[in-house]
Design a protein around this ligand. Structure first.
Ligand SMILES: [Zn+2]
Length: 288
């Protein structure tokens, strides 16, 4: 399994963008990732590195913590634009603008950003739009970073940020780990249903307080299910990642489901996705 973290340097519902929040999330997350020896990729929104219109060295230092830890960085667009509500020219420009700091940081270690993750996993409403984005990505040395385990950790993370007390946070963390196991089991089944085997999975989670505090438990759960953590390049070597994908739907869905739709699967094939507990949904919308 590949573990990917989106929205670097960090995303939060409370005190988002505050230096101390980003510092806390970065430091704790990298400690967990290092402790568990996971070769993660972090996908960066460079718009978050700016304070008062200028690149902020303190914020850039958060990204350097990732590269110093030997972790790879990818491009998640400069400003996290939604391809489905943005003009194509603006979207393409945002990709190009999205990696100048990351390129400079990775150059020191003889590397360059190699993967692009579409914000919201929105990849285009027409094959022509998709091709134009993919052509630019290829030209700039990128591959699209797919996601096969598409979970809603961001919703748990919002509830965690809004939680009124530590007892609620403990209960949320327990529920989060349970949910992550259920969603992993679901996409294992979907993989077997479509390909007759379990493919190397790609998990998407976010650089938030919930994962900063509890991702170690998710990693432990995944290891218990038999997973090893591998780099993106190794997973993408599996021929399954060359499967035909003509998906142009509105949703930001798992690549397993894109391949399934392309192969003509409909309806029942997609049933059984684990729900999120109603109390978590309610709390995730609750601004304190
Ligand atoms: Zn994102």
């Amino acid at each position: 399994m590949v573990i990917t973290f989106d929205d670097l340097p960090a995303v939060a519902q409370v005190n988002d963008g505050v230096l101390a929040t980003h510092e806390r999330i970065t430091t704790r997350l990298i400690a967990t990732i290092t402790e568990n020896r996971i070769p993660v990729i972090g996908f960066v929104n460079e718009a978050k590195l700016v304070t008062d219109g200028a690149p902020d060295p303190q914020r850039i230092a958060f990204l350097r913590q990732w590269t110093d830890a030997g972790l790879e960085l990818g491009n998640h667009g400069y400003a996290h634009l939604d391809m489905h509500t943005t003009s194509l020219d603006a979207y393409l420009a945002d990709i190009t603008r999205g990696d100048s700091v990351t390129r400079a940081l990775t150059r020191d270690s003889g590397q360059r950003p190699r993967y692009f993750r579409h914000p919201f996993l929105h990849t285009g409403r027409s094959l022509d739009d998709r091709r134009r984005v993919e052509a630019l990505l290829t030209e700039r040395g990128y591959r699209v970073a797919p996601v096969t385990i598409d979970d809603q950790d961001w919703l748990f993370a919002a509830a965690y940020d809004y939680a009124p007390d530590s007892a609620t946070r403990v209960r949320l963390a327990d529920e989060y780990v349970r949910y992550m196991e259920a969603i992993t089991a679901y996409y294992e089944q979907q993989s077997t249903a479509l390909f007759g085997r379990e493919i190397p999975q790609v998990l998407l989670v976010h650089a938030n307080n919930l994962n900063a505090d509890h991702f170690g438990r998710v990693a432990e759960m995944l290891r218990r299910r038999g997973y090893r953590f591998v780099p993106m390049a190794q997973a993408l070597d599996d021929p399954v990642y060359a499967s035909a994908d003509t998906f142009t739907g509105a949703g930001g869905i798992s690549w397993i489901h894109r391949w399934a739709i392309t192969q003509g699967e409909r309806g029942d094939f997609f049933a059984g996705e684990p729900p999120i507990a109603p109390w978590v949904m309610t709390l995730s919308r609750q601004q304190p």
